[in-house]
Design a protein around this ligand. Structure first.
Ligand code: IPD
Ligand code: CA
Length: 274
């Protein structure tokens, strides 16, 4: 357990490493970038750049803070002894990165004793850096952000006027269930967006670029930074029936819409398969 770690300094290190990884991903992307390997399904891909930037971030953390724990999507898994743990997705939105669609990012969340205290989502192709520090707020490129869209006028958006982001897993069976759920939601909302990066979806909630977001199957590295950014922007993040956000379900929205979205999902037991 640690009390000596300063969340502000952790955020500074996270922001520096995310920016460096983002620069490498843009400037040193191989012309012939292809799929290096696959994970949970043939469409769940890893490129050499995912691996290279996770290594870069891990080495940067350990050079500055050798006793910290690390969890990274591409395999980094260090227990650590300091009470600080870094939760890393070197590229969230790898399919977008492969296809040169701008919606991909580097996501780094930092926990002290299991609680996320700092987070950064770096979106190089959009020129956006989202950051948050627990208890102090959330920012886009240094400007404070709020989880309300311009259309909401600071009031809860009813579900039928909400622009809702979502994502799909990589397993075909999971996708069939997710597709059926979206078919039910689509006539009940303003519209649906599927950007292709859970971390960016959360940042979009945090700055009012969408009204809400939900997804089943998110991993800790997809949501560690983004969930703090939403909460520090005044939004809510959680699972269904009062549960914490988890692989079973992650929902994010401003208060009011959050409850309405959870209600829709709870009735349909959307946090369970079949
Ligand atoms: C994926 C993206 C996608 C979401 C998937 C994630 P990856 O992460 O965040 O938007 O729908 O659930 O696995 O594979 O690009 O790091
Ligand atoms: Ca990833």
């Amino acid at each position: 357990m640690t009390v000596s770690a300063d969340p502000k300094e952790l955020l500074e290190l996270a922001t520096r490493l995310a920016a460096e990884a983002g620069r490498v991903l843009v400037e040193e992307r191989p012309r012939d970038l292809g799929v290096a390997s696959t994970k949970s399904s043939p469409t769940d891909i890893v490129t050499v750049m995912d691996q290279r930037t996770e290594k870069l971030i891990v080495e940067g953390i350990l050079a500055a803070r050798p006793d910290d724990g690390i969890l990274g999507e591409e395999g980094a898994n260090l227990e650590g002894t300091s009470g600080v743990r870094w939760v890393i997705d070197p590229i969230d939105g790898t399919v977008n990165y492969l296809y040169e669609i701008p919606a991909w990012c580097v996501s780094i969340g930092v926990e002290i004793d299991g609680e996320t205290v700092a987070g950064v989502v770096e979106i190089p192709a959009l020129g956006e850096t989202f950051t948050a520090l627990r208890g102090h707020g959330a920012w886009r490129n240094g400007e404070p952000i709020r989880a309300y869209s311009a259309q909401s006028e600071g009031k809860p958006v009813p579900l039928e006027r909400a622009l809702v982001a979502t994502g799909f897993g990589y397993a075909a069976q999971r996708r069939a269930v997710q597709g059926a759920l979206v078919a039910e939601l689509l006539p009940r909302v303003r519209d649906i967006r599927r950007a292709g990066s859970a971390a960016i979806d959360l940042c979009s909630v945090a700055c009012g670029r969408v009204d809400g977001y939900f997804e089943r199957g998110t991993n800790p590295w997809d949501i560690a930074a983004g969930a703090l950014i939403v909460e520090e922007a005044g939004g809510k993040v959680g699972g269904l029936r009062g549960a914490a956000a988890s692989v079973a379900m992650t929902v994010a929205a401003a208060p009011g819409l959050f409850e309405a979205l959870c209600g829709f999902l709870e009735v349909r037991e959307a946090d369970q398969d079949s």
